[in-house]
Design a protein around this ligand. Structure first.
Ligand SMILES: Nc1ncnc2c1ncn2[C@@H]1O[C@H](COP(=O)(O)OP(=O)(O)OP(=O)(O)O)[C@@H](O)[C@H]1O
Length: 497
């Protein structure tokens, strides 16, 4: 015992050894602090703690990111729809809000805030969900990258994948199908897709359009939504393209709203000119969800889509096109070249067309003749629909909708006038709104039509007179094109390409 005690180091030598080890550690730490930047130190310590916790934790984590292989991750969408139905006492905070500008009293939506969690139970398994976010690389869309962590016990790992996730997807599908609120999304370079509640009153019932044409469109839509297997079997993307063309105020936007209300699809409204380049266009289009309408209005206004291959022809066009050309020249020198027609076509029927299911693509234009022929080729936009001036059938529909009457003595003389004088449904609607009294409103419409008829006659006389002058070899100031041309050259009412 005495020998053993003698061999033990003295207290003073233990203390001095401890002091020198501590001094060495402090020295090392100071050197490391000096040499390794703080961010690198944080990274190393996070990785070390992750390694330790992974090694010894009984849990397994699935990570579900918002984007998956360059497109929107549908599993993420499903979880987003499903989780708000699972909020319980374990949830400490929630996002609450409404984007329904039509009704401030409508019940708000619920969503999971970033860095918060929800606990769910399924077939005896406990599953914890957490939502995180981190900033994305600069200049890529979307700016923020969100992702869910699904945390379960390691022994449930397989069951979660085989049974729980399919259950979540199925439940989400039912929730999304039953949603009674539609959204309209608009794109901006700063915020990406921003949504607001879409409550447009236009339906096929209120549209002033011939009944057979309405029936044709509704049947076409029905056929489209019920043909998932058909599209698969023929190797085509489950998409349908509509080109709506015609003068302003003939109901193109109203028809889009009617289609959205009929199918209960959200609308993604894209200003083509606001897209920086084709790469951005791809990200923007692939971040739209299934069962939706992609709407590109006034597609002819994009120089890239309307002019690329028609430049020579366009140089001969009227003065209005000079402004567009100036814009185009400006674009050539800008940093962002803009999205191109081929970028767009690639999404419509190229390799990228297979991204996403159940999509309706709608282009509208007031000038079909200005579009690049590539966009009009058979099979590109499946259905071309001409929205024309008001017809007697359209008039009756508008009178019923706006005045609540089906018959009136003045109707026959209005019908007679609109067959001679081109007038848009928007103009008719505007005059029918002038009074609640049918008599007064219809009289207003008659006066308007008579004025328009007079203008038309004067324009025809002027044209005749100018043609005479030209024949006599005299110089004339040309009449504005729109006075002479009421309709597009191709005004077949509706056809499949
Ligand atoms: N066919 C129609 N049926 C019912 N209402 C219509 C119709 N066409 C136009 N209207 C009325 O006129 C207004 C303007 O129509 P809308 O915006 O749909 O026309 P548009 O063809 O899209 O015009 P633009 O080319 O200028 O966008 C609508 O709010 C609607 O009240």
């Amino acid at each position: 015992m005495a020998t053993l005690l003698r061999e033990l180091p003295s207290l003073s030598s233990i203390l001095s050894a401890y002091a020198s080890i501590s001094a060495m550690i402090m020295l090392l730490r100071t050197i490391l602090n000096e040499m390794i930047p703080t961010r690198m130190q944080d990274y190393i310590s996070t990785k070390l703690s992750e390694l330790i916790s992974h090694r010894f934790s009984p849990n397994f984590t699935y990570v579900i990111e918002e984007r998956w292989k360059a497109v929107d991750n549908e599993t993420f969408r499903a979880i987003e729809a499903y989780l708000p139905t699972k909020i319980g006492s374990s949830t400490n905070s929630l996002l609450l809000g409404s984007n329904d500008s039509h009704s401030i009293t409508s019940p708000p939506d619920i969503a999971i805030p970033i860095d918060s969690g929800v606990v769910d139970e399924f077939e005896g398994m406990q599953i914890t969900w957490k939502l995180y976010s981190k900033e994305n690389k600069k200049y890529t869309y979307p700016r923020e990258k969100r992702y869910f962590h699904l945390i379960c016990h390691k022994r449930f790992r397989e069951n979660v994948l085989q049974r729980y996730i399919p259950y979540v997807s199925k439940t989400a599908e039912d929730i999304l199908k039953k949603r009674d609120i539609l959204n309209i999304y608009t794109y901006s370079q700063d915020n990406g897709w921003d949504s607001t509640v879409f409550k447009h009153p236009s339906t096929f019932e209120t549209l002033a359009m011939d009944e057979e044409r309405k029936r044709f469109i509704m049947d076409d839509l029905d056929l489209f939504v019920n043909r998932k297997d058909f599209f698969e079997s023929v190797g085509r993307a489950w998409k349908r393209g509509y080109l709506l063309y015609g003068p302003p105020g003939t109901g193109k936007s109203s028809l889009v709203a009617a289609i959205a209300n009929y199918l209960r699809y959200n609308i993604y409204d894209l200003q083509f000119q606001s897209v920086r380049n084709d790469a951005d266009l791809r990200s923007i289009l692939t971040s739209t969800t299934n069962r939706s309408i992609l709407l590109i209005e006034d597609i002819d206004c994009s120089a890239k889509v309307s002019r690329d291959r028609n430049r020579v022809k366009d140089q001969e066009e009227d003065s209005s096109s000079d402004e567009d050309n100036a814009e185009e020249k400006g674009n050539r020198f800008s940093l962002d070249p803009g999205a191109t027609l081929s970028g767009l076509l690639n999404f419509i029927d190229g390799l990228w067309s297979s991204c996403g299911d159940e999509r309706i693509i709608i282009f509208t234009t007031n000038h079909k003749d200005r579009l690049d022929p590539a966009l009009l080729r058979p099979g590109r936009m499946d259905v071309h629909i001409h929205m024309g001036h008001c017809t007697p059938v359209g008039l009756k529909k508008l009178v019923t909708t706006y005045l609540g009457i089906k018959k009136h003595d003045l109707l026959s003389c209005i019908e007679d006038r609109i067959q001679r004088i081109p007038v848009t449904p928007a103009e008719v609607a505007q005059h029918l709104m002038k009074s609640d009294t049918p008599e007064v409103a219809l009289q207003c419409l008659i006066e308007f039509l008579d004025e328009k008829g007079l203008e038309k006659e004067q324009a025809a006389l002027l044209k005749e007179h100018q043609e005479d002058l030209v024949k006599k070899g005299k110089k004339v100031v040309p009449i504005a094109k729109q006075d002479m041309k009421h309709e597009e050259s191709d005004n077949r009412s509706i056809y499949l390409t």
